[in-house]
Every structure is written in C-alpha cells, then in structure tokens.
Design a protein around this ligand. Structure first.
Ligand code: TXA
Ligand code: MG
Length: 341
C-alpha cells in the first residue's frame, strides 16, 4: 500500500522529509513535489533503485531520466565538463524549471541515461524537493510521477491515481506552481539546443546565451523515430482517454465550430466560456501563459473524469511559456490540428 504524507514546505528537517530520505537511502522510490510537476525519485547512483522507477511507471527502457541536485557543487562530479554557457544558464535559472544536458561522468549508471553518453541535470527550486535531496545525501533520478503516457501529476492526488500500490511513499506538498515539466536544453553540441519547452521560455534563454536552436520534434511529428535528439519525443504523451483535436483559430471561430458538434467537449480559454453551449473545461486566460501551464494537466485529467470522448482544444500561442503549453497539447492530441478560418 502507498502512504501519502502531507508535508510543510517551510521546514527543512520535518518528519516527512526524513521519512522520504530513509526510503531513498535504502534504494526505494518516493514521489516528491517539485515546482514543475511531481517526480518519482530514487538514488541516481544506485542502478537497482533506478531500475525500479522504470518498472513502477511502465516507462520504456530507452527514455533517460533527469538527475536532481540541491547545490551547484553537486554538478561537477556528475558530468565530464561544464560548458561556459551552462554556467551562465545555471546562474540565471537555477534553482528552477531548467534541465541541462551534459556529457555523463562514469559516476552516473548507464541505466539513468538509457545508455546515452549524456546526462540531464536539474536543480529544482521547490523547498521540499531540495530538503529531500539534501537529507537523502545523494542526487535523485526522477521522471514525472505518472504512469508512462498519462498527463504529468501536478498534485499528490494525481500521483495516487496513477501509482497507488506501485510505490511505498508519496510526499504531498500541495499543487505544483509551474504545472508543466522543466525546459530541457542540450549543451553537448556546437549550439545550445532546446529539446523540450517549459517554464523557462526560449526568449529568456536567448537573453542569457544568445543563439539557441529549436529542435524540430517540438512542434512536428517526427517521421523517423531513430533521429530524435531526446528519446522522450518519440512517445505519445500527456494523453487523456478522450480524442483531443486542436482548433487553431480565434475565440469566435472556435466557439462556433465546437458548438456545432454534437457531444463535443471544449478545452477552452476563460474568454471563450460565455460563447460556448457545449460542456467545457477551461485552462486559463488567453492572455496568461503561466496560468495555462499551471492548469493544463489538471484540465486533461478533469476531461477524463467527466467522460469526455471528443475534445476540441483552443490552440495556445507559440511564444513564451505558451510554446510549452502548445507542445504538450500537440502530444495529447497526437498532432491533430485543424486550422479554422
Ligand atoms: O520538470 C521536470 O523535468 C520533471 C520533474 C520531476 O523534475 N521531470 C520530468 O522527467 O519531466 P521526465 O522523465 O518525464 O522527462 C525527462 C525528459 C524526457 O523527454 C527525456 O527524453 C529527456 O528529458 N532526457 C533525459 N535525459 C536526456 C538526455 N541525456 N538526452 C536527451 N534528452 C534527455
Ligand atoms: Mg514524463
């Protein structure tokens, strides 16, 4: 049976933090809150513990994990080299929702990186995540704490829905602030490359390190899966049970379109609500990309709870944090987009 324990974010050595550390030190798994989404953590230096993560989630073996640290001094031993641009990004955005890809040091077991010679590292800002990493005394490998393929968990209840009975402990630290997974940037090639958009936008990254390439897989369905730069791009992700279709058009066109379809559900912006005659779930204001990020995954789970079969989603913009929202929605929709005009 899975224990769910509420924890207070403002005390460093609380009972829940020590319990989590105890399980982790023994090679067990604990779901922990971070500012992005909940993570399913294990000792990153223990390959058996890490193997347990793949089992609990039903995660494909070739999809590498992110290693979480609490202090910048923990980075050096985990990588072979820290490029100057990585130092600049760490200074600007760590702790926070940014993951960087480095060349992997031999300290990191191959299973963490799914055999790649690189490793993903992130320093979360959530006080409980940081306290648990410190108390465990080791870096923690942690993917999102959902069953592989379902939307990432943004509260402890979501983790319980997916992993009840599969892991010993969930630390409940309330709702995640950002609500979408971290931005992933690779620093192993010539030019820094965005592999997954997230809570730190491309615009913010460019302001610090200049040119950054946007991987094609972020907005396009890749024809050849062998060519992906980040294995996570291959998989159908964030999928509710409903069939999701994105409608790209303004509020009036969107509402008119959805209203004309019997049994449709809307996944809409707040601004659309007064014009809709079909049932809907909103994911925030058209004008507030952080709010959209914060609400999207919960909205996808809510649609399942309400038994939605066909969902028409209003398309977010592709700038700022909206790019991340659009990227997740595209995957939830299996890349089905209809342009309406
Ligand atoms: O916000 C987050 O990043 C959350 C919290 C828990 O920290 N974690 C998370 O992990 O989203 P996960 O496993 O769901 O996503 C990790 C992504 C995957 O798309 C994976 O392919 C990519 O990072 N990744 C990990 N290591 C990589 C590597 N060495 N090279 C390229 N991509 C990598
Ligand atoms: Mg995930």
């Amino acid at each position: 049976e899975t224990k769910l324990i509420k924890a207070n974010a403002d005390s460093e050595v609380s009972e829940p933090v020590l319990m989590a550390a105890e399980v982790l030190k023994k090679g067990g798994l604990v779901a922990i809150p971070t500012e992005t989404v909940y993570g399913l953590a294990a000792n990153a230096l223990d390959e058996n513990a890490v193997a347990g993560i793949f089992d609990a989630k039903g995660r494909p073996q070739d999809n590498p994990l992110i290693v979480h640290i609490a202090e910048i001094s923990e980075l050096q031993p985990l990588v072979t080299d820290i490029p100057e641009k990585a130092r600049l990004l760490a200074k600007a955005f760590w702790p926070g929702p940014l993951t960087m890809i480095f060349k992997r040091s031999p300290l990191i077991p191959a299973v963490v990186s799914a055999g790649l010679d690189s490793v993903a590292i992130r320093m979360p800002s959530h006080p409980l995540a940081r306290a648990i990493i410190k108390a465990a005394g080791v870096p923690l490998a942690a993917p999102s704490a959902n069953l592989s393929g379902s939307p990432s968990p943004t509260c402890a209840q979501h983790v319980l829905q997916d992993l009840n009975g599969r892991i010993p402990l969930i630390i409940d630290g309330g709702t995640c602030n950002v609500g979408l997974e971290s931005t992933v940037v690779s620093l192993v090639g010539e030019t820094p490359a965005l592999l997954r958009p997230g809570g730190i936008s491309v615009e913010q990254l460019s302001a610090v390190i200049g040119e950054i390439t946007i991987d094609k897989g972020i907005l396009n369905k890749l024809e050849d899966n062998r060519k992906v730069s980040s294995p996570g791009m291959k998989y159908k992700h964030y999928s509710p049970k409903a069939n999701v279709i994105i409608l790209d058009g303004d509020s009036d066109l969107y509402c008119k379109y959805v209203n004309s379809i019997p049994n449709a559900f809307g996944l809409c912006f707040q601004e659309d609500i007064p014009k809709l005659t079909v049932p809907y779930v909103s994911f925030g204001s058209e004008k507030d990309d952080s709010e959209q990020a914060h609400l999207l995954f919960n909205a996808l789970r809510e649609l399942d709870r309400r038994g939605a079969k066909t969902v028409y989603a209003r398309a977010p913009k592709q700038t700022g944090v909206s790019l991340a929202v659009y990227n997740r929605l595209l995957r939830a929709a299996g890349f089905q987009v209809i342009k309406i005009s």
